[in-house]
Design a protein. Structure first.
Length: 178
């Protein structure tokens, strides 16, 4: 009987599993600081923020992001999932973006989500925007389809493609696409 060492067993299992079947480790999880550059299309606010110093998330910076991605219609602020920020950071890196993300929608209050649902059939009743787990964005200088492809490849959550409205929905829910 041939016995594999633990290291050989793990190596053989890893080689047998297709790379795309595993969640791709986000490049944002590197040792360096993580910065985001954002422009809100509805408020014209701009934000450049280092939200992670390479070792930990920075509480003050996260609070700043929470406020920036607030429901601009009601002013309600909600905690934004730090993994969403990591995903945006990764996408900026993989697309080679040099311009800020243009934010169309971040957090949405229940009232705003219901109002948008009445106006459009494309708004989910249980939208992850209401949990601070979704953002609708585009990147000047990066084709929308390129941003979509990068988000799909990152496998960090859901990816919605809205070419007529010129944005990509990105969330940290289960991996899916529409």
């Amino acid at each position: 009987m041939h016995r594999l060492s633990r290291r050989a067993f793990i190596g053989s299992v890893a080689a047998a599993v297709p790379a795309l079947a595993l969640p791709c480790p986000l490049s944002a999880r590197s040792a360096g600081g993580r910065e985001l550059r954002l422009l809100h299309t509805h408020t014209s606010e701009r934000l450049v923020v280092e939200y992670h110093d390479g070792h930990r998330y920075l509480a003050d910076a996260l609070s700043t992001v929470d406020h920036f991605l607030r429901d601009f219609r009601t002013g309600d602020v909600h905690q934004i999932d730090p993994q969403l920020l990591d995903l945006l950071h990764t996408l900026a890196g993989t697309t080679g973006a040099h311009r800020p993300f243009e934010v169309i929608s971040g957090y949405r209050s229940r009232a705003t989500n219901q109002m948008l649902r009445r106006a459009s059939e494309g708004v989910a009743a249980g939208s992850l925007h209401m949990q601070g787990m979704a953002v609708d964005v585009r990147l000047t200088g990066v084709p929308l389809v390129t941003l979509r492809e990068a988000a799909l490849a990152a496998r960090g959550g859901g990816v919605g493609f809205y070419p007529r409205s010129q944005f990509v929905h990105i969330d940290t829910g289960r991996v899916r696409a529409w």
